[in-house]
Design a binder for this molecule. Structure first.
Ligand code: HEM
Length: 445
C-alpha cells in the first residue's frame, strides 16, 4: 500500500490481509478492472498498451496490436477502410471454400472415437488468414505451410513462457537466453515469408492499374489485406515497407489462433447440449433445406440462432480473457480513481461473468441473445472483441468466417462433446489444457 498515490484508489484485494493482500504490488504496480462501465472508461481514456505487449514486437513490430498510442491512432484511422463491409463481402467465397476444406479434412474422423479437432481447425484458420492477409495460397504447399504453422505456434508459446519466467522479463536477461535464440530462428522463417510475398506483390502492383478496377466497380472482389494496404500506400503514401510487413504479420498473429479457438469451443459446447444442437440444425434446415450450397450474406442475417451460439460461446469462454493498458493518466471511475503509471489488466472474463448478466451468468444459454429483455441493461457487458476505439479491427471478419464455418460443419456432422471435462488455462489466449475432444458423425442428408 506504500505505492498508492491517490487517496481514492481502490483497495488492494479487498478482504485480504495487509501485506499478503498487497504482494502483487511487488511484482508490478497493477490493477484489475472487471466492471463493464469501468472497462469501457479505461478502454476509451487510455490507448497505451502495457509493456508486456513489447514481447510480441520482434514479430509484429509496431503493428496495430502493439504500437504506442500516438502511432496507433494514426495507423488505425488509415487501416479501418481495409476492414469495411464492402471489402469483407469479397471474402465470402474464400470463407466458404475454406469451410468446405475443413469439413472435408474432418471426414477421416467421422464415426470414430473422440479426437482433438484443434489440429484441423487451427491449420484451416491459418490457411484462411494467410490467404486473406497475404494472398498466399498454401493449399498445395504442405511443407512450406507446416514450417510456417509450426513457427507461429512456437512463437506464441515462447511469448507465454517468457511471461511466466519473471527473470526473463528484462531484455538484458532475455537477450542472453536460449529462448531468445530460438525466437530469432522462428522469426526468420515467419518474416522471410511475409517479406518475399510483399516484394512480389509490390512488383505486381506496379504493373497493374487499380484505378481502372475501381471504375469498373470491382471493390467487392476478393483482395488480400496486403494488396489493400499497398494500394492505400500507393494512393496516399501512408506506409513504408517495414510498416506494411508489420501490419500484415499483426493481422496473421491476431487473427488466426483466436478464430480457430472460438470454432473449437463452439463444437465442444454445442456438442455438450443436444437440445442446442437440434435448434442449430433446425435453423440451418429452414435456411438451406437439404442443399449443400455456399452461405451468402443474406443467409448470415437469417442465422440468428447460430449468431447467438457464437456470441454466447465468446461470452462463456472469452478467447482473449484479459487485455492490458499502461495508464498514461489518472482515470476517475465511479467509485475510485486509478493512478497514472500503473498497469491496468482489463478482465474480459470478469466482465462476462459480472452480476449484470444475472443469476444464470455461469450457464451456457444462447437463448439470452434472442431477446433484448434477457440481456444486461448496460450496453457494454460484452467485451469478446474488447471495447472502445482500440477494440478488435477484425471483429466483422472473424464473425463472418466463423459463422460460415459453423454453418458448413453442422450441416455435415453431428457433434458430441463434454465441456465440463475441459480445463482451460491462459496461454496468452484462453486455451483448454485437456485438448478439445469431440466425436463427429456424418449427418444423413
Ligand atoms: C474470434 C476471433 C477474435 C477475437 C476473440 C479477437 C479479440 C481481440 C481482442 C480482445 C483484441 C484487443 C486486444 C488488446 O487490447 O490487447 C483484438 C485486437 C486486434 N485484433 Fe482481434 N480477435 C479476433 C479475430 C481477429 C481477426 C480475424 C483479425 C484480423 C483479420 C484480428 C485483428 C486484430 C487486430 C489487428 C487487433 C489490434 C487492434 C488495435 O489495437 O487497433 N482479430 N482482437
Amino acid at each position: 500500500w506504500w505505492v498508492i498515490t491517490n487517496k481514492d484508489e481502490p483497495p488492494a484485494y479487498p478482504g485480504y490481509l495487509p501485506l499478503i493482500g498487497h504482494a502483487h504490488l511487488l511484482i508490478g504496480d497493477t490493477i484489475i478492472v472487471a466492471d463493464p462501465n469501468d472497462f469501457l472508461k479505461v478502454a476509451n481514456t487510455c490507448f497505451q498498451k502495457d509493456e508486456i505487449y513489447e514481447y510480441a514486437k520482434p514479430w509484429v513490430g509496431n503493428g496495430l496490436a502493439t504500437s504506442d498510442a500516438l502511432l496507433w491512432k494514426a495507423h488505425r484511422k488509415m487501416l479501418n477502410p481495409a476492414f469495411n463491409p464492402a471489402v469483407l463481402d469479397g471474402f465470402m467465397e474464400m470463407f466458404n471454400s475454406q469451410a468446405r476444406r475443413l469439413v472435408k479434412s474432418l471426414e477421416v474422423e467421422a464415426g470414430r472415437g473422440p479426437f482433438d479437432h484443434w489440429a484441423y481447425s487451427r491449420s484451416n484458420a491459418l490457411e484462411t488468414i494467410c490467404f486473406g492477409a497475404l494472398g498466399m495460397d498454401f493449399r498445395d504447399k504442405k511443407e512450406l505451410f507446416d514450417e510456417y504453422a509450426n513457427a507461429t505456434e512456437e512463437l506464441f508459446s515462447i511469448f507465454s513462457k517468457r511471461f511466466l519466467m519473471i527473470w526473463l522479463h528484462s531484455d538484458f536477461m532475455y537477450n542472453r537466453s536460449e529462448l531468445k535464440k530460438r525466437q530469432d530462428k522462428l522469426l526468420t522463417i515467419v518474416h522471410n515469408m511475409s517479406n518475399d510475398i510483399l516484394k512480389k506483390k509490390k512488383a505486381d502492383l506496379l504493373n497493374c492499374d487499380n484505378v481502372e478496377d475501381k471504375k469498373k466497380g470491382k471493390e467487392t472482389i476478393f483482395k488480400p489485406f496486403l494488396d489493400l494496404i499497398l494500394e492505400l500506400s500507393k494512393e496516399r503514401g501512408t506506409f513504408n515497407d517495414e510498416e506494411i510487413r508489420e501490419h500484415v504479420d499483426t493481422i496473421i498473429m491476431a487473427g488466426y489462433d483466436a478464430s480457430a479457438i472460438v470454432v473449437t469451443y463452439v463444437l465442444v459446447l454445442v456438442g455438450s447440449y443436444p437440445h442446442i444442437q437440434e435448434k442449430v440444425c433446425e435453423e440451418l434446415h429452414e435456411v438451406f433445406g437439404d442443399e449443400d450450397r455456399d452461405v451468402t450474406k443474406q443467409d448470415l442475417s437469417k442465422l440468428v440462432y447460430i449468431d447467438a451460439v457464437f456470441k454466447e460461446t465468446m461470452r462463456f469462454y472469452p478467447v482473449a480473457p484479459v487485455v492490458a493498458r499502461h495508464l498514461d493518466k489518472d482515470i476517475k471511475l465511479r467509485n475510485c480513481t486509478l493512478s497514472k503509471g500503473r498497469t491496468c489488466f482489463m478482465s474480459i472474463y470478469g466482465v462476462h461473468r459480472h452480476p449484470v448478466w444475472g443469476l444464470d451468468a455461469e450457464e451456457f444459454k444462447p437463448e439470452r441473445w434472442l431477446d433484448p429483455a434477457t440481456l444486461p441493461d448496460v450496453p457494454n457487458a460484452f467485451a469478446g472483441f474488447s471495447m472502445g476505439r482500440r477494440n478488435c479491427i477484425g471483429q466483422a471478419y472473424a464473425g463472418m468466417s466463423i459463422r460460415i464455418i459453423l454453418s458448413h460443419i453442422f450441416r455435415n456432422y453431428k457433434v458430441y462433446g463434454d465441456h465440463t471435462k475441459m480445463v482451460a488455462k491462459i496461454d496468452v489466449l484462453l486455451k483448454p489444457v485437456s485438448g478439445y475432444h469431440v466425436q463427429i458423425k456424418k449427418r444423413n442428408k
